[in-house]
Design a protein around this ligand. Structure first.
Ligand code: AMP
Ligand code: ZN
Length: 464
């Protein structure tokens, strides 16, 4: 089944046709690790997780990369104010590296609690400095960038379609971003942005690197272009983030990446809408903000928040309230209880699988996918069939609907293990203990523990 996705670049739901049939490349902007992620940020990561898992479910192989911003993101998106990492270090009397390490780990824990799969490739902004310098040198050589007041800027007037991603509402955007922002007189044009700072007129930076332009540090936008091109290649299928990333971050990424590559770069741009609180967009600068730990302290299973997110479409604003979370909690518990009362065997059915795939392939219609789940439970299928479907669906939804046991009834996996056990029996019979041990170790590496008993070999799953 083909995936259809809403592309911010074309402002249409389009059939998804990746550059390469073998695998889809997907880049997602990662966290700035100067503080805990708030549940708004995590809504975006849940949407990206659903996207990756939906693509897998529909038969695509996905190679996904995410950055960790540990330098260069100033407190305003338009290159001014203090570096967010420095801000965190001052707040907590720690070094920038300590702050980065601590909050990266905390972010990873939040992802685990929400069943968000950690991307295959994760790279820190500070690990790729040499590559950004190479890109910036190339942009300077092509006349797409200039040096002014010690900084290197990208010259946006060199492009004919700089505002393509923003639907050309340039003036509104520039004014929006300029609000409360100190003016940078070194820029030739208002929309130009920093690729490399050496003498920032704004607050000083702790981490600096040698460059052809002197000791300095990269601008925020170059890291995502650099990391994406370095790890996923010159042609990117999908780039994601929250809607606030459309301008200036993603707009600037397109400008510098395509100028560097000399060709079109990313085909599909997907943006998740924000989670608001009662007063508007949830943000860290507001001071108090909601974290996963806070929800846990209040007695909520983080998965309830995931369930709440999946019940609304990723392109719609979602407003957080404890009443809404309580409703999600009740519905989630009822759903789990219904599932608990089902039997424990497996039979394949395809009708509901197709409906579920259809919902996902329709620009990630997760609430429709959940409706299909309810339809399964209401249907006159046998309990065993229902349970099989629930387990299949939960590969994408990741709502812990059947707990650890979910994996055990996966037919494919069961078959695979039984074949391996039979081969091992055969090897043991032939006294080929090296092969027998190899089979056991291979299964162990996948989290399956074999147990030899008098009745034969059984297996169990390693606790996560
Ligand atoms: P940051 O750590 O600030 O770089 O943001 C990480 C991700 O969270 C980005 O993709 C942002 O677009 C996204 N984001 C920021 N605020 C919100 C919000 N209130 N709701 C949903 N996503 C958000
Ligand atoms: Zn980014």
């Amino acid at each position: 089944m083909n995936m259809k996705l809403y592309n911010t670049l074309t402002r249409k739901v389009e059939e998804f046709i990746p550059y390469n049939k073998d695998y889809v490349t997907m880049y997602t902007c990662g966290p700035t690790v100067y503080h805990y992620a708030h549940i708004g940020n995590l809504r975006t990561y849940i949407f990206e997780d659903i996207l990756e898992k939906s693509l897998n479910f529909l038969g695509y192989n996905v190679k996904r990369c995410m950055n960790i911003t540990d330098v260069g993101h100033l407190s305003s998106d338009s290159d001014s104010g203090i570096d967010k990492m420095v801000k965190g270090a001052i707040r907590e009397h720690k070094t920038v590296e300590q702050i980065a390490e601590f909050y990266t780990l905390e972010f990873q824990k939040d992802c685990q609690k929400l069943n968000i799969k950690w991307p295959e490739i994760v790279s820190k902004a500070t690990s790729n400095i040499a590559f950004y310098i190479e890109m910036i040198e190339d942009l300077l050589a092509k006349g797409m960038a200039y040096e002014s007041g010690g900084n290197i800027y990208f010259d946006t007037t060199k492009l004919t379609d700089y505002y393509a991603l923003t639907n050309h509402i340039a003036d509104d955007l520039v004014v929006g971003v300029r609000e409360g922002v100190e003016k940078d007189d070194f820029k030739h044009n208002q929309a130009d942005f920093v690729l490399w700072f050496t003498k920032s007129k704004f607050s000083d930076q702790e981490l600096k690197w040698d460059s052809p332009w002197g000791l300095g540090y990269p601008g925020w936008h170059i890291e995502c272009s650099g990391i994406s091109i370095k790890y996923l290649g010159e042609y990117l299928d999908i780039h994601c983030g929250g809607v606030d990333n459309i301008f200036p971050h993603h707009t600037n990424e397109i400008a510098q990446s395509e100028a560097y590559l000399n060709h079109k770069w990313c085909k599909y741009w997907l943006h998740g809408e924000h989670l608001n609180d009662q007063t508007g967009k949830m943000s860290k600068s507001k001071g108090e903000f909601l974290t996963v730990s806070l929800l846990e302290q209040k007695g909520y299973d983080p998965i309830v928040y995931r369930f709440m997110c999946l019940n609304s479409h990723y392109r719609k604003v979602l407003t957080f309230s404890y009443d809404a979370l309580d409703n999600a909690k009740n519905a989630y518990e009822k759903l789990k209880n219904k599932i608990k009362s089902l039997g424990n065997e497996e039979i394949k059915t395809t009708k509901f699988i197709n409906e579920f795939k259809e919902a996902l392939s329709n620009d990630l219609n997760t609430s429709q996918a959940i409706t299909t789940l309810y339809d399964v439970l209401k249907s006159d299928l046998l309990d065993v069939e229902k349970l099989y479907l629930v387990n299949q669906f939960d590969k994408v939804l990741s709502l812990n609907l059947t707990g650890q046991k979910a994996q055990k009834i996966d037919m494919e996996l069961e078959n695979k293990i039984n074949v391996a056990i039979a081969k091992r029996e055969e090897a043991k019979k032939n006294k080929d203990y090296v092969l027998a041990d190899k089979i056991r170790d291979e299964l162990l590496a996948e989290g399956i523990i074999l147990k030899d008993t008098r009745e034969g070999t059984t297996y169990e799953f390693k606790e996560e």
